[in-house]
Design a protein. Structure first.
Length: 248
């Protein structure tokens, strides 16, 4: 029979092992989709269905970690199994994700819309070094529409007033479009909750759909000095002032 002390040690050991297994499982669920070299996208991908069906799943792209994916759709928008998520690197070298699928509204009937949600954060090592997310960038590609049609992608960030919008419209004469947008956060953060709304409407009597096939998203970051570093800099500055005064 185990003594109380031995029993307590055994229980603590079992709990520690369970915690380690849980941490290993969570870590193993993160897939590295960092593009290699100068590539824009990763070679591999994962479906949005796989990401949203497993709450512990997520992807790593460079110094960013993406988790908590969810998706809903209406009308002609694609099923989550038909949307691939890839790692993305924008022209300025910022890391992000690409959503690849047929985001579409067919002529006739009601308009179509979809909603994508996810979280993005700086990886643990970068966060510990003081890096925070300062900017967000949105790009849409493979865009097209017949006359009197439009498609728009709107993006919001929980707890932030900044928004992003990209669109393609043939309403009225000619084409009116904005295929990219960016914002600088007034307060940089280590983690963002992102909501991406996709809305498309093809003309009732038209022949062509309103659609986009690629939605790219990237985030840039800045280094925020730790309070101790700022305090040291302040002390150094005061010391320099004192030395100059003595010399004068």
């Amino acid at each position: 029979m185990l003594r109380p002390a031995t029993r307590a040690v055994s229980t603590a050991f079992a709990l520690a092992m369970a915690a380690c297994l849980t941490a290993s499982t969570a870590s193993a669920a993160l897939i590295d989709l960092t593009p290699a070299g100068d590539a824009v996208n990763s070679v591999g991908s994962i479906s949005l269905a796989d990401l949203q069906n497993d709450p512990t799943s997520g992807i790593i792209v460079g110094d960013k970690v993406f988790t908590g994916f969810s998706y809903s759709r209406d009308g002609d928008m694609p099923l989550p199994a038909n949307i691939n998520v890839l790692g993305f690197k924008d022209p300025d070298g910022n890391w992000g994700v690409s959503f690849y699928g047929t985001f579409i509204d067919l002529p006739g009937g009601l308009s179509s819309d979809a909603l994508i949600r996810f979280q993005v954060e700086v990886d643990a090592e970068s966060a510990e070094a003081g890096w925070v997310i300062s900017d967000a960038h949105l790009f849409i590609g493979g865009v097209g529409a017949g006359d009197e049609s439009f498609l728009t992608v709107d993006e919001t960030f929980l707890g932030n007033n900044e928004t992003l919008n990209a669109f393609y419209s043939t309403l009225g004469p000619g084409v009116n479009s904005q295929l990219s947008d960016s914002t600088i956060f007034s307060t940089p953060v280590t983690k963002l909750n992102v909501t991406k709304g996709i809305f498309a409407s093809a003309a009732q009597g038209g022949f062509l759909p309103a659609r986009t096939t690629v939605i790219d998203q990237s985030f840039s970051q800045t280094l925020v000095p730790e309070p101790a570093t700022l305090a040291l800099a302040g002390v150094s500055g005061l010391a320099m002032v004192a030395i100059r005064r003595r010399r004068s």
